[in-house]
Design a protein around this ligand. Structure first.
Ligand code: PMP
Length: 396
């Protein structure tokens, strides 16, 4: 017999979430996650993926992935430290080091486990971590796993960061202190104030860690948020993911050689979990090569993003403080946000609602992720659907 306590816990809590409009329904995508997707036999303009540069379906990536399957098979066969380090993993890490302009790179199976791995390999219970209040869940979990004292600072509030850094240093309680931030905040699309963060880090000798999941491929002509601000030599950890602009899967940290050496001997997902498949590694390497060769996809992404953002703003939607292609339309109430997203869906636009607990209560939004692969016609259709549904629901 299975646990009665478990079942009543699950049933009560799921019902409560549904009643409060906080239960996230999952819609399987039938086919590729490109600019047009099929869900439930319906063709939709897709504004919900992280496929910033359209590389998910790029023929050049598909070709090398197929070749890798033919030559290497479908899996890496063992963890990296036994004999699961393929030359393809090394090539990927070397290419990423070129891309980020650092001495070395270590790659992981995902962005999420990269944060869990890297933070907890360096920080411990005698340390403290100053963490932006809006940091991604994987940063929060990585910090918790490390057992360091977590000291949140108000989102992008540099006075608060400076004061908390000073207090932490003056307390004399900690061996090491880290400051950690998203490069681009994924729910609002604003950019971290990295020049000030780096300055504070230098003043108090903090370890600096930037999660650039949404900045890589997007800012700094593709090289990321750190490059965008010209701070390549001033950030200790440049973390990134291969699942968004790069279009594949995996995560990585770029930094100095001794940091990467340490992560290779101390980060547990590297030591105890098998790496990405040969096809993934080959496709990611190809993507990085393409970004090193040309900024064309990055330029197209920005052109499309600016077009959509100005179209929605002109209609009177509140797109918050986005400085990047991430384009939230902030509705507020959770149920109204979900109803708005549902009406967009009925009209052929897939823009997912994002509500508490992913964002604070009362700030529900429909988040639009324009990509390099959208056509102007798709964006025009999107804008006219927003106009129709926005007026119908009294939002604009
Ligand atoms: N960091 C940030 C800021 C993210 O937005 C995400 C993905 N939502 C991750 C890390 C995790 O990346 P991945 O999907 O590659 O695990």
């Amino acid at each position: 017999m299975t646990s009665k306590i478990l079942h009543s816990f699950l049933d009560e809590n799921i019902t409560e979430l549904k009643d409060r409009g906080l239960y996230n329904e999952i819609d399987p995508v039938e086919g590729a996650n490109g600019p047009i997707i099929n869900i439930d036999n319906k063709k939709l303009i897709n504004l919900s993926s992280n496929n910033y540069l359209g590389l998910v379906t790029d023929d050049r990536l598909k070709k090398v992935a197929k070749e890798a399957v033919d030559s290497y098979g479908v899996g890496a066969g063992a963890v990296r430290t036994i004999n699961g380090t393929l030359d393809l993993h090394i090539e990927l890490e070397e290419k990423l080091a070129d891309f980020k302009g650092t001495e070395a790179v270590i790659s992981y199976q995902s962005g999420f486990n990269c944060n869990m791995a890297a933070i907890s390999a360096v920080m411990d219970k005698n340390d403290a971590i100053l963490s932006d209040a809006l940091n991604h869940a994987s940063i929060i979990d990585g910090c918790r796993l490390s057992k360091a004292k977590i000291i949140p600072f108000e989102h992008s509030d540099m006075d608060d960061l400076r004061q908390k850094a000073k207090e932490a240093v003056d307390s004399g309680n900690y061996n090491k202190i880290m400051v950690i931030t998203d490069g681009v905040f994924s729910m609002d699309g604003d950019i971290a104030k990295l020049p000030e963060i780096v300055e504070i880090a230098e003043e108090f000798d903090l370890i600096s860690y930037v999660d650039d999941a949404h900045g890589s491929g997007v800012l700094g002509k593709g090289a990321g948020t750190v490059k965008h601000f010209g701070l390549q030599d001033k950030v200790d950890f440049q973390m990134g993911t291969l699942s968004k602009a790069i279009g594949v899967i995996g995560g990585y940290v770029a930094g100095k050689a001794n940091l990467i050496d340490w992560l290779k001997v101390r980060s547990r997902p590297f030591l105890f979990s098998t790496a990405v498949s040969p096809a993934d590694a080959a496709a990611s390497t190809k993507a990085i090569e393409l970004l090193l060769e040309s900024t064309e996809l990055n330029e197209r992404l920005w052109e499309n993003a600016n077009y959509l953002k100005s179209g929605l703003e002109k209609l009177g939607f509140d797109i918050g403080k986005s400085e990047t292609p991430i384009t939230p339309c902030i509705i507020g109430d959770e149920k109204e946000t979900q109803a708005f997203s549902k009406r967009l869906y009925e009209e052929g636009v897939y823009a997912k609602s994002i509500v508490f607990p992913t964002v604070p209560k009362g700030t529900g939004r429909v988040r639009n992720m324009p990509t390099a692969a959208h056509t102007k016609e798709m964006l025009d259709t999107t804008i006219s659907v927003y106009k129709k549904v926005g007026k119908e629901m009294g939002i604009i």
